[in-house]
Design a protein around this ligand. Structure first.
Ligand code: NAG
Ligand code: NAG
Ligand code: NAG
Length: 469
């Protein structure tokens, strides 16, 4: 019998199950807050132990500053045998999570009320499919990359169905019906690497992409105005119409814990005067490349803020800045540049009026943060989805991309070339205007009846309707 007073109108109860890596965790936490502030009852699962200290710190400050979001711990099963450990701590963690997903049902049933939906990462789509099906809980994927990359990954099972999940060596472009084709040069090198130890396609991308049609929807950290061609083709069903409904709900809003930049000296700087350089926490430039980058920044004459990778135990990790960049560089630029080796709240830095340009690799999270603030990007893709994202940045007018710099490590980009492009980034009025326009469109997407606000409300309405049935 229908109980009209207590069903339907109740707020949805949603659970977020983020995957490791700050680039994955951050969008989940942002979306969790956005749903909580739209009257959903939100629980976030933290996998314990986390992959790095930074993530633990992020979780604890998140839960203490959002008391109405419930924390649930999933204690993952670690397997210390050598065949399940990888040189990449993230891969080891993914495997441990994959081995532990059967612990989810008992964990979820410990919640006081049944849940309306679980929001998880693409990388666990295949592992979760059966579990959420058995539990009868709708499963939504939160995509952490561009629509451009998401659609390409979603097409991989079709593309590689008859080639044993391997790319042929001799192709020029990837054609996806209804979408712009992708030149081979922007396909992630890790997809093309057919050495026997590379299981990225066969173990991760293909099985998870094959599971996409089973999920209830995909939330994209992008917005219609930013990737208009790709998103409208996906929304209209002109491309990949076997995929579940897509909800472009980006750029996700930074949460309260991300609002402080913690760099008081920034406040004394002239508006749009500073070049901000950050290649994220998972990329290491070679020492030679770092020295050339330093030279380029020095020669450009602009004040700069350069944040070096602070995460994980990479080979550069133990070295001091003096060793990495040279005493004379630090001496010559000490009145003009700040070099730091630590985690920063990037969203808050990009929101600061003093930042005039952003040199980065185009990790998607960073791109969306720059888009929100309309900060022009000098794209220097290093690996993975970066070139696909750089293409989005360039097309949307958010930044420039010097294609002949290639992938990270492909060639040594000289300080003089970097100097020239940094000057262009900081001096190009047209670029500054078009980047500003992207920022304006990003904000409009969240106004009443904005495209991202509408998409987010559509998700919430759908959950309410389902609960009411
Ligand atoms: C949770 O707290 C936030 C403020 O921190 C508030 O905007 C939101 O409405 C609250 N959500 C619920 C469901 O109580
Ligand atoms: C693996 O190592 C962790 C920490 O070193 C330990 O807590 C855990 O019990 C070990 N697991 C097994 C199956 O031995
Ligand atoms: C995840 O677990 C399933 C089932 O246990 C297994 O078949 C699959 O190979 C695992 N995937 C990875 C990437 O380890």
């Amino acid at each position: 019998m229908l109980n009209l007073t207590s069903t339907g109108a109740e707020p949805p109860r949603v659970v977020f199950f983020p995957s490791p890596g700050m680039g994955h965790l951050t969008p989940f936490l942002r979306l969790a807050v956005m749903l909580a502030s739209r009257n959903c009852v939100v629980t976030v699962i933290s996998t314990q132990p986390t992959v790095c200290a930074e993530e633990s710190a992020q979780f604890s400050s998140f839960f203490s500053s959002h008391p109405n979001i419930t924390s649930l711990e999933l204690k993952i099963l670690q397997d210390n045998s050598s065949n399940s450990r990888s040189d990449d701590a993230f891969i080891t963690q993914f495997r441990a999570i994959n081995r532990s997903v059967h612990l989810l049902p008992p964990l979820l049933s410990s919640l006081p009320q049944p849940i309306s939906a679980i929001f998880s990462d693409f990388v666990v789509a295949a592992s979760l499919a059966q579990i959420t099906y058995d539990l009868g809980i709708p499963n939504y994927i939160v995509s952490t990359t561009s629509a451009r990359c998401y659609s390409t990954v979603a097409y991989l099972p079709t593309l590689l169905s008859d080639t044993l999940a391997k790319f042929k060596v001799d192709f020029g472009e990837i054609y996806i019906p209804g979408l712009a084709s992708l030149p081979k040069s922007i396909v992630p090198p890790s997809w093309l690497d057919d050495s026997p130890s590379n299981h990225l396609l066969s173990d991760y991308l293909i099985p998870n992409a094959q599971s996409l049609p089973k999920v209830d929807g995909v939330l994209l950290n992008s917005f219609n105005g930013f990737e208009p061609e790709t998103i409208s083709a996906l929304l209209d069903g002109r491309a990949l119409n076997h995929l579940p409904p897509l909800y472009p709900v980006g750029p996700l809003e930074p949460s309260k814990i991300e609002k402080l930049h913690g760099l008081p000296w920034l406040d004394d700087q002239t508006t749009k005067s500073i070049v901000y350089v950050n290649f994220g926490s998972r990329t290491v430039l070679s020492e030679n490349q770092m020295k050339e980058l330093g030279k380029g920044l020095e020669r450009s004459g602009f004040p700069f803020l350069w944040v070096l990778r602070a995460n994980e135990a990479g080979e550069n990790e133990k070295k001091k800045l003096q060793e990495l960049l040279g005493e004379s560089f630090l001496e010559k630029t000490k009145n003009r540049g700040v070099v730091m080796k630590r985690w920063v709240n990037q969203a808050a830095i990009l929101a600061h009026h003093a930042i005039g340009g952003f040199v980065n690799q185009c990790e998607w999270d960073s791109v969306t943060e720059a888009a929100r603030e309309g900060v022009p990007i000098l794209a220097w893709p290093q690996h993975g989805d970066h070139k696909m994202n750089a293409e989005v940045v360039e097309k949307a007018g958010l930044g420039m991309w010097v294609k002949d710099w290639g992938w990270g490590g492909e060639r040594l980009v000289k300080g003089e070339e970097i100097e020239e492009r940094v000057r262009e980034l900081m001096g190009d009025e047209k670029l500054r205007e078009s980047a500003k326009k992207v920022g304006k469109e990003a904000r409009e997407a969240f106004e009443v009846s904005g495209s991202s606000e509408n998409a987010l409300m559509a998700v919430i309405e759908m959950l309410k309707e389902r609960d009411g049935k």
